[in-house]
Design a protein around this ligand. Structure first.
Ligand code: GCU
Length: 852
């Protein structure tokens, strides 16, 4: 056992190729490294000789880092002393250091997991309050060095909060709910996987950003996790994560006692107050702690989205949470109990509002939760939308411990196929002042326990890494995970500074790369908001299917409660106290007054709080509908500029990652136009109000596929109508007929970019050839647009696929710099495959600088 464990740890971090596996822990050589080599330590003293201890791992990590960054070979010792004449690094706990070297002159004030780092004098001191803190300190020192910072520092740092967890929505079969990076690194075929390499590598990454626990399975949990075999599996995961200071937690299925689980008793009830149920959970918890003595605790989703819970038995949510709290208490574990509890509701009742649910359910229970329960609250009252107000629950349960739930996996934000740098969004909530009792009540001060004097609190981030070597599905998405860890440690950290650090660690020290990355990344969230749903209307995606592409009408006329209440004249949720759902009244009075009043509600949340006419004038002077049009055009135009920004990095970063991200930026540029057109067409159609700039429906550079001469193709009315240009596409007349669409071009002679919009459905890989006067311009396969004949490895977009011709499958392929003349014959030959009838929407002939 020990040998396996050690060899796994030894393998971690050796990846040399820029495939993303090393994340921000590349330890790449820095320019001028040789200049510093002599002044760097040659000896590392790691004050613990047990190979599975975080201090031992810190020693290994320091050795690896100094070797990688500076080519400096160090010797690691585990006995104290001063080795050789050269400077040395000492890493360990403050207690061990004091025993070995005597008390520090200025003993730092450290709390659990905190550390002291000093690079002054002959000894670099990296001293943790505990072993985990020492490892954090080693990563901090290496992060400095990897960023070319060899200045003298001496400081202590402590976590803002003890709960710094990730949630991984992994299913037992190996799939991941809302995961966009392949299969689970933890589970396959109902059991914990045998190979722990990726789990250990993940622990290393997380440890370097000071995450201290990982909940390894989906909140929509399965009782079979608790089988004897899987408890052993959880133990194996915990064993490889422990050396990195990471504890393992698990999500529970509330009705587990009534499920058939190997090795556990089967009851006829899961009533949390039934003594047999209490005994059942006590026993199971004991069995888990026998195998995993440091298990972090349980995460519970109850009475939400079909999950069973205490309310099934007319018990309160507090009674449900405390059932687990009592079982965990003797072992030191925590219950993270999710506030994401709501019922299906009927839209025809004006006062119904899903946003009200969390406060309605939890506020009456404040004070009833046991001390080791933490209420885990999504940042907004609905569900990880592109913009939401801070959840009022943060201010409504001052007697309870709370943590904020953020989503690193961008379920509603482009699923790693659109890049969105998320910290600026998170900060709108973390920095929001809820003014509880008319006093400063920043959300970040509430979750850290500072505002209401709580010892427990913190952050939970839904990450959903997968087996893809980039971990999250794209290289840039790792900036979000990195920043999440930094914010969990210090919620006041700055979005730009975190990004600069991440960029240096990930792509090197070239200032122009850093500047470009900052400019680009900071524009991504505003752009995405502008083309996916502005003014607080939420992400207008398909909430009934993939959550990826546009489908505004899917928000309404169902019981999910993510409504827009849009009709021919008005739009938005009336959440006012007097006339609406009363949601604004859930905030403390100063905030309630601000949101309750149209005039004082910020434009970017206007439709969240108010039901208004499309002609209502905003603070920026535009009407609601005109702003909808304007921002959707602006957002898509900005997304086009990302391609150029990324291209400017060519030669400044490695080809592997450059090419991979370029592919994604090109996709995003095309799909942002799908979004733009869908939203403006939908609301133009619904409101009947023209766009002052006359852009909606006007496409002088497009050739609609249905207007081409068709052979083997037929027209197809797309549903929803707004996701096809002119509402119509073409499909081959059968699933085996090769179709041809031709058109005589009527554009002045010149050089253009030729774009083709088609639909890349799941269930077929149609192929297409584009000709100009019978000369081939390009060919591609509708499989996340893989160019045929290119030597590149196929690149796959990891978003949730669609089996329909819709806004999720709508894709653009672009061929740049094509010379053409008036009268040229353009031809597309489409060969269907599987269920995919080589669908085509339009061709766009773009002069330089035109976006359409
Ligand atoms: C969202 C998401 C679900 C998830 C749920 C949750 O609704 O779409 O996949 O299960 O949130 O957070 O529990």
């Amino acid at each position: 056992m020990l040998r396996t464990l050690l060899s796994t740890i030894g393998l971690v971090g050796l990846a040399a190729a820029e495939n993303g596996l090393a994340g921000w822990l590349r330890y790449a050589p820095i320019p001028g490294a040789e200049r510093y080599r002599a002044q760097l330590p040659s000896h590392i003293v790691a004050l613990n000789a047990t190979a599975t201890s975080p201090v031992y791992v810190a020693g290994q990590e320091l050795e690896k880092g100094l070797q990688g960054i500076f080519g400096k070979q160090c010797t690691v010792h585990h006995a104290h002393g001063h080795w050789g004449a050269a400077p040395q690094v000492v890493v360990g706990t403050v207690d061990e250091y004091t025993k070995a070297y005597g008390a520090l002159a200025d003993a730092p004030e450290l709390i659990e997991d905190g550390f002291w780092l000093s690079t002054k004098g002959q000894t670099v001191q990296i001293l943790g309050q505990n072993e985990r803190g020492a490892l954090y300190g080693a990563f901090e020192y290496l992060s400095m060095l990897a960023q070319g910072n060899v200045t003298e520092v001496a400081y202590a740092t402590n976590p803002a909060a003890p709960v710094r967890w990730t949630n991984e929505w992994n299913n037992m079969d190996g799939s991941i709910e809302r995961g966009y990076a392949g299969a689970s690194i933890f589970f396959a075929n109902g059991v914990v996987v045998a190979n722990m390499t990726r789990a250990a590598e993940y622990a290393r990454l997380l440890s370097s950003i000071r995450i201290n626990a990982v909940v390894i399975n989906n909140v929509n949990a399965n009782a079979t996790l608790l089988s004897t075999q899987n408890i052993e599996g959880i133990g194996r995961v915990a064993d490889v994560m422990r050396p990195y200071g990471i504890q393992v937690g698990i999500s529970l299925y509330f009705a587990s006692p009534t499920s058939a689980v190997q090795g556990q008793q089967n009851l006829t009830t899961f009533d949390p107050l039934d003594p047999s149920v209490v005994t059942w959970w006590t026993n199971v918890t004991e069995k888990i702690y026998e195998r995993v003595p440091d298990m972090a605790g349980y995460l519970v989703k109850a009475n939400s989205e079909g999950q069973p819970g205490p309310i099934t038995y007319n018990r309160t949510l507090a009674e449900g949470a405390n059932l687990f709290a009592k079982a965990l208490q003797p072992h030191g574990g925590l219950v993270l109990f999710r506030a994401f509890v709501y019922n299906p509701i009927n839209e025809s009742v004006w006062k119904n509002d899903r946003a009200n649910a969390a406060v309605d359910f939890f506020q009456p229970l404040d004070g009833e939760f046991d001390d080791n329960v933490v209420i885990q609250i999504k940042y907004g009252p609905i569900d990880f939308q592109v913009r939401e107000p801070a959840s009022p629950l943060f201010a409504a349960i001052p007697k309870s411990n709370v943590a904020i739930e953020l989503q690193i996996t961008p379920e509603y934000l482009g699923q790693q196929c659109h890049h969105v740098y998320l910290p600026p969004l998170w900060k709108t909530v973390l920095d929001f002042d809820l003014r509880k009792d008319n006093e400063s009540s920043l959300v970040r001060d509430i979750i850290t326990g500072k505002r209401f004097n709580k010892k427990l609190g913190g952050s939970a981030g839904v990450v959903n890494v997968g087996t893809n070597q980039t971990w999250l599905g794209s290289h840039l998405s790792m900036s979000n995970l990195y920043a999440y860890g930094r914010l969990a440690w210090n919620p006041s950290d700055d979005s730009t500074v975190m990004l600069q650090d991440w960029t240096r660690l990930t792509f090197g020290l070239n200032p122009s790369v850093i500047d470009t990355m900052v400019q680009f990344s900071l524009e991504t969230w505003p752009a995405y908001e502008n083309y996916s749903g502005n003014l607080g209307i939420q992400t207008l995606t398909d909430i009934l299917y993939t959550h990826f592409g546009p489908n505004p009408q899917s928000q309404d006329n169902n019981t999910w409660g993510q409504w827009t209440r849009a009709d021919g004249t008005q739009i938005g949720m009336d959440r006012t106290i007097g006339n609406g759902t009363g949601f604004s009244g859930q905030y403390p009075p100063e905030i309630a007054a601000m949101y309750d009043n149209l005039a004082s509600t910020p434009d970017n949340l206007l439709l969240w709080f108010h039901h208004v006419n499309y002609t209502t004038v905003l603070k920026n002077g535009a009407t609601v509908i005109q702003d909808f049009y304007d921002q959707h055009y602006a957002g898509a135009a900005t997304a086009q500029t990302f391609v150029g920004m990324w291209q400017s990095l060519q030669g400044k970063i490695d080809t592997e990652r450059f090419t991979d991200q370029l592919f994604r930026q090109v996709f995003q540029a095309g799909h942002s136009i799908v979004w733009r057109d869908a939203i403006v067409n939908f609301y133009h159609n619904l409101s009947g109000i023209p766009d002052e700039a006359k852009r909606v429906g006007s496409h002088p550079y497009r050739i609609e596929a249905e207007s081409m001469v068709l052979d083997g193709y037929k027209t197809y009315a797309v549903q929803p109508f707004e996701v096809a240009s002119n509402f119509t596409a073409i499909v081959t007349s059968t699933n085996t007929t090769v179709g041809t669409a031709t058109a005589v071009l009527d554009f002045p002679a010149g050089v253009y970019d030729l774009g083709v919009n088609y639909y890349d459905m799941y269930g077929g890989n149609s192929s297409y050839c584009l000709y100009l006067n019978d000369k081939m311009v390009g060919e591609w396969v509708s499989n996340s647009f893989q160019y045929i004949g290119s030597n590149e490895a196929p690149r796959i977009l990891g978003h949730q696929p669609s089996i329909y011709i819709d806004g999720h499958s709508a894709t653009r392929v672009t061929f740049g710099n094509v010379t053409l003349a008036k009268g040229d014959m353009l031809k597309i030959v489409g060969t269907p495959s599987g269920i995919e009838p080589a669908p085509l929407d339009y061709v766009v002939v773009l002069p330089a600088g035109v976006v359409d």
